[in-house]
Ligand binder design. Sequence first.
Ligand SMILES: *[C@@H]1O[C@H](CO)[C@@H](O)[C@H](O)[C@H]1NC(C)=O
Ligand SMILES: *[C@@H]1O[C@H](CO)[C@@H](O)[C@H](O)[C@H]1NC(C)=O
Ligand SMILES: *[C@@H]1O[C@H](CO)[C@@H](O)[C@H](O)[C@H]1NC(C)=O
Ligand SMILES: *[C@@H]1O[C@H](CO)[C@@H](O)[C@H](O)[C@H]1NC(C)=O
Ligand SMILES: *[C@@H]1O[C@H](CO)[C@@H](O)[C@H](O)[C@H]1NC(C)=O
Length: 749
Amino acid sequence: MGTALVLVVVFNAFFLASGLGSSAVANAAAASRGSDDDGIKIYIVFTARQPAPETLSESAARARIESFHHGLLSDALDDGGGGGSGAPERVVYHYTRSLHGFAARLTQREKNKLAAMDDVLSIHEKATYHPRTTRSWDFLGLPRHNDPKRLLFEKDVIIGMVDSGVWPESESFSDSGLPPPPAKWKGVCSSNFTACNNKIIGARAYKDGVTTLSPRDDDGHGTHTASTAAGRAVPGASMGGFAGGTARSAVPGARLAIYKVCWGDDGCSTADILMAFDDAVADGVDVLSASVGSDFPADYADDLMAVGAFHAMRRGVVTSVAAGNDGPRLGAVTNVAPWVHSVAASTTDRRIVSDLVLLGHGKTISGSSINVFPGIGGRSVLIDPGACGQRELKGKNYKGAILLCGGQSLNEESVHATGADGAIQFRHNTDTAFSFAVPAVRVTKSQYEEIMDYYNSTRLALVSIRNSQARFDATAPRVGFFSSRGPNMITPGILKPDISAPGVDILAAWPESMSVSGSAVDDRQLSYNIISGTSMACPHVTGAAAYVKSVHPDWSPAAVMSALITTATPMSASSTPEAELAYGAGQVNPLHAPYPGLIYDAGEDDYLGLLCAQGYNVTQIATMAGGDFVCPEDGRGSVANLNYPSIAVPILNYGVRFAVDVPRTVTNVGPDDSVYHANVTSVPGIAVSVTPHKLAFSSTEKMNFTVRVSGWLAPVEGTLGASASIVWSDGRHQVRSPIYVFPLSATRG
Ligand SMILES: *[C@@H]1O[C@H](CO)[C@@H](O)[C@H](O)[C@H]1NC(C)=O
Ligand SMILES: *[C@@H]1O[C@H](CO)[C@@H](O)[C@H](O)[C@H]1NC(C)=O
Ligand SMILES: *[C@@H]1O[C@H](CO)[C@@H](O)[C@H](O)[C@H]1NC(C)=O
Ligand SMILES: *[C@@H]1O[C@H](CO)[C@@H](O)[C@H](O)[C@H]1NC(C)=O
Ligand SMILES: *[C@@H]1O[C@H](CO)[C@@H](O)[C@H](O)[C@H]1NC(C)=O
């Protein structure tokens, strides 16, 4: 605990386009980008809460807090000193509403001076996070709608998107039939953005303190996620005629507030993300969606998005985040705070394939890539250039050929420069379809060997790459290979990821100004694009949370999370050895989520109780809570006491006997006079008992029970731990909590 990790924030999207090997994942250069010249870096400084009398106007209170910040700073500045000159110029942001603190440009010495001050709680060097679908909603069972009545039902829900901005011209953001923004909305539309309407009701941009840049999306990621969360139903949307259907979201009537914090290769800075959270909460959003994250899990007090989301939670705003794209490695999941939904990416029943025809054999090999190119499908000669890197292909002419690229990287620009018709590559995992700037197929190793056999069997091997097709995939939903797995390395006793949602091959809106593969040699401009990542899964859960909020505007963030988790559709461990550590409670079920029957509620003090149980000290707790919470004197409690809707049981090792008692409290949100019975499922060796196992409610009230999980874990081929569950049922509702028992030893190996 307490390691001052320099976080590298990445868009949690596979930029399918980025050519293999050079994927959009953070690099060391990005991590150092926080530093300017002269060793001056941007730091985020959390301060003690500034008491501002209620009688002060908002602007006067803000001015008072700002001068408090300037005072602290000028005492620390090497060149500042007397009169405080220089301090205002050093400030990047003042966080003055839910958050208390500021971001400033400081030397190491100045930072150390500030850190020693009584009013300063903690200082964090700016880190860089990186960014990490028509059909998907049908697959989830949510009926399609453009029903004017429902549109108006959802009209009061505002979703804040913390991402790369938006391309407002997309049909997905039409405001036809929507009334003006609800009265609670206090946000603004940047003066550098004229496209706000009754759908996109706010748009702001943040870059190292500059807030006058345009929130327009120059990447594609933000447009894609915003349209997935709250886009209108657009019939006939397709990627250049392929994979057509109705592009839509869970809540076509909900409003979007755009907070642009991600800037292409510069990533998304934590100083900017915090400012976006502080603004969004004050602006009046109901749900926040952040498909960004750091490369490594960090302590909650050092994970500035967790800090921002904590303050959002205090104001009733629920945050959905992407679990990360570092699977299937164990312990890779990031964004693991218990007050956010961490979303894993799963497949839908539509698999995208691209066929390669071996013309001499008449045989067809189905690869996984997205080919939407006019005029492909002719005869080409198979050629083996050795490899498809820049060096091997330099100056070569392969007109009329399709290149065998093996398992190495495929440099799209270089392939394009040779004039080749396309390329073939193999990958060990092909559950995601990639888009390349040139026609290409990705195949498995055994398929590649088959192609090699054909190549060697004849002097002139003719082949043809066809445009993509969508095929039915009966194995869905499966968790994507890339989706980050648990356990939660910060709190192994809190199950993460929480839930799964479609994140593989998702069709959603795209800026026509951006090429679909992101490559400079790709001139295809389409208004819908297919990409994959936990970034794409996250806004599905955001949309589902907004749907719950549209039915229950007064539910707490924990209640909304509980509703989504306990109504999720269980998934199968048959192809996923990590089971719940891969998919959490299962696949989000937006249709049932507003009617869970019972909820596991929690509030700020419960989450702070968890931090006490984790051993957080006074300053760390104050960074989260603002200073006035003290851990209970009668011991620090146990992580298991947090009233979480799922149950993770980390144990020492296989074959070691264990017994844990997990207390839980449920609130009846269904009909009065409901009687619930507990039904448990388990596996041999693990006993699950519930006391009491019957709960009789007479109204909306809370009832306690205890789950005892005991036994010993047997090592079973093809599994990591043991999956069990408890389902409370009144005959109408099934309130399911997954239970996962796993050995910590195996995850630390
Ligand atoms: C609290 O923990 C942090 C991180 O480990 C440390 O930097 C800080 O000095 C500690 N504060 C106190 C008051 O112990
Ligand atoms: C508006 O935004 C663009 C792009 O972000 C920027 O280049 C331009 O300077 C901005 N205009 C103003 C008036 O700030
Ligand atoms: C086919 O030829 C390649 C060289 O182009 C060689 O490396 C490979 O082993 C051969 N494969 C078979 C199955 O003969
Ligand atoms: C308990 O669960 C089992 C297996 O899912 C099911 O067959 C049984 O009907 C359930 N019992 C009750 C009382 O709901
Ligand atoms: C339920 O548990 C909570 C927390 O442990 C406790 O404060 C409360 O009194 C309990 N309620 C009942 C009815 O036992």
